[in-house]
Design a protein around this ligand. Structure first.
Ligand code: SF4
Length: 346
């Protein structure tokens, strides 16, 4: 069975943007691939953060993932910093990644512009991503179009390592993108991508009252000023949310009602709200169950980390051996040395 790897930042509770843009697809893919899903806290520390908030957000993200339908009996879920080999392999890849490849990454340029002082970790972020994927020798990576460039870097790194240290033979296969079908989800302001930093989100676990409070004033087709003005559904974010949450016949009906001014926007939003509730209420219910049984969450992540540690060690044994590095034998001996001289781990 082919393997996929995907990571998500520990940004706290999921919002419907990252649910529709990534996690809903993961829930489906977990039955088709050997799936490894990782909460990438090493990535999260490339910008300023509060350690106590990081802990809390990591936990909330794991609860959100499990509530959204990631089944730890089917897929592997874990936290990146539980498996330190991610950073070890990232360092190794840093030594073979051309600086120019990193400097031309669009996401680095955008993020760096917003920072007063840019840490090297921000530049090297895609190297850690390459390590995340290649550590498990994943064949495919579910990504949105904005991540394709980073994945290309993973392929460059895989090729380069194979050529330098494996006689050109494939040890690290070049991971292929598995493009996520849902387009990027716009925020309730209808202007920018849904994101916590812009405050235009609906949380996956928000109460129905709170969801309606946000939906009611959400931006629609700006040309529908009066109730009798016909609208253009394609320019309206509410219509696109219908496409994500409502049945196809409802979506068709919405388009007709909008174009003919049969519905006002509030009518349309009420129908969307009902569709969202059908999908989100069971997710909220699962989250409540998980909060009542925190040991289920701990067990899921511990078992995921156990499996990933074992896979990571297998990869790193080969990498260290091929690169002439010392092994990590538990007794502190240096792998590949004859004799019985015992040393501290090198
Ligand atoms: S009727 Fe619906 S799709 Fe049309 S503009 Fe209003 S909210 Fe948008």
């Amino acid at each position: 069975m082919s393997r996929i790897f995907s990571g998500i930042q520990p940004s706290g509770e999921l919002h419907i943007g990252n649910y529709l843009g990534a996690v809903k697809n993961w829930v489906k893919l977990q039955h088709e691939y050997d799936s490894i899903f990782c909460v990438v806290d090493y990535h999260a520390i490339t910008v300023q953060y509060e350690p106590s908030q990081l802990r809390q957000r990591r936990r909330e993200m794991i609860v959100s993932l499990l509530a959204a339908g990631i089944d730890p009996n089917v897929a592997t879920v874990f936290v990146q910093s539980q498996v330190p080999e991610h950073t070890e392999l990232a360092w190794i890849f840093n030594t073979i990644t051309p600086l120019g490849e990193l400097e031309r990454q669009t996401q680095f340029k955008e993020k760096a512009q917003r920072q007063e002082s840019v840490a090297a970790g921000l530049l090297n972020y895609p190297v850690l991503q390459a390590a995340d994927i290649l550590l498990y020798r994943a064949d495919k990576v579910p990504v949105g179009e904005d991540q394709v460039q980073h994945l290309e870097l993973s392929r460059v790194v895989a090729r380069k390592w194979n050529s330098l240290f494996n006689d050109g033979e494939v040890f690290f296969a070049e991971p292929q993108p598995l493009l996520t079908p849902t387009r990027r989800v716009m925020g309730l302001d209808g202007k920018t991508k849904m994101s916590k930093s812009t405050g235009n989100t609906i949380g996956l676990l928000e109460t129905p009252e709170s969801i309606w409070e946000k939906l009611r004033p959400a931006v629609t087709d700006p040309k529908r000023i009066k109730r009798t003005d016909p609208g253009t559904p394609e320019v309206c974010n509410i219509y696109h949310l219908h496409k994500a949450f409502s049945a196809p016949e409802t979506v068709d009906h919405v388009a007709v009602q909008c174009r003919t001014a049969g519905w006002g926007c509030i009518d349309c939003k009420r129908v969307l709200f009902d569709s969202m509730e059908r999908e989100l209420a069971p997710i909220r219910h699962r989250a409540e169950e998980l909060s009542a049984r925190p040991s289920d969450v701990d067990d899921a992540v511990a078992s995921g980390a156990h499996r990933c540690s074992s896979l990571a060690r297998e990869t790193m044994d080969v990498v260290r051996e091929r690169m002439g590095l010392a092994g990590a034998e538990p007794d502190g001996r240096i792998a590949g040395q004859s004799g019985s001289q015992s040393v501290n781990r090198v």
